[in-house]
Design a protein around this ligand. Structure first.
Ligand code: 6PG
Length: 242
């Protein structure tokens, strides 16, 4: 694993650097395999990054779009991560609809939705039984509480290591999320984190012996790939490496 930490002067520079890095990793994958896979994060931070990606000239038909997590709402609900990414980016570029793989949220039992996405990932990525995918670009955000994807502090989802997808729990609300081993198998994990309100969790996560149950982002260590923390000054100001 190679770990990289970059603190950018402001949120504009953070998004520009995130764009550069995402493009570099996608183009590298396309050069190697004629295809690239990316898992998108939700929340507010990545929206300007997605808007910037919409301005790029990429071989869109070679991209396969997945999500790292999703709120358990319809895909036309204002809280939907898939809706945000479509409005900011995917609806603005000629990417084939068949290349966009939102997490299902239409099962009465969220566990059934997680099982469906697990099966879809295995089929699309031609995985053997027990094999984990190596997503080329795993985009992640981090909550003020140190969660990432929908892996929230002290929840059962943190223990799930035998599946690709599971049900997260945010204050009793179900979420669909990739599991820790899937995230950690990625070729490039890119955290994009902005804002002063992230400082406290970052200090815990970057501490020598972090409390991983309380700060799940500290569980993210790629087995073989690269780990990138891209922070703005507001978020990364007090980090020891900063
Ligand atoms: C989600 C995200 C989540 C997000 C963090 C940070 O579904 O909300 O995937 O993990 O990345 O909560 O959110 P902000 O970028 O809004 O601070």
């Amino acid at each position: 694993m190679s770990k990289h930490i970059e603190v950018l002067p402001d949120s504009k520079a953070l998004i520009q650097r995130s764009l550069e890095l995402v493009l570099e990793k996608l183009q590298q994958a396309i050069a190697e395999r004629n295809t690239a896979t990316i898992a998108l994060s939700g929340g507010s931070t990545p929206k300007p990054l997605y808007e910037a990606l919409a301005q790029q000239d990429l071989p869109w038909e070679k991209l396969q779009i997945f999500w790292g997590d999703e709120r358990y709402v319809p895909h036309d609900h204002p809280d939907s991560n898939a809706l945000m990414a479509r409005q900011a980016w995917l609806d603005k570029v000629p990417i084939p609809a068949a290349n966009i793989h939102p997490m299902p949220t239409d099962e009465s039992d969220p566990n059934d939705a997680a099982t469906r996405y697990d099966r879809e990932l295995r089929q699309l990525l031609k995985l053997e039984q027990g094999q984990f995918p190596q997503i080329d670009v795993m985009l992640l955000g981090m909550g003020d509480d140190g969660h990432t994807a929908s892996l929230f502090p002290r929840t059962n989802a943190l223990q799930v290591c035998d599946r690709l997808v599971t049900v997260g729990n945010k204050d009793g609300q179900p979420r669909i999320t990739l599991t820790i081993p899937v995230i950690n198998e990625s070729k490039a994990i890119i955290f994009v984190v902005a804002g002063e309100n992230k400082q406290a969790a970052l200090a815990q996560i970057f501490a020598p012996d972090p409390d991983t149950e309380t700060y799940p982002s500290s569980l993210i260590h790629p087995e073989h790939g690269e780990l990138w923390w891209l922070l703005d000054q507001a978020a990364g100001a007090n980090l020891p490496q900063a």
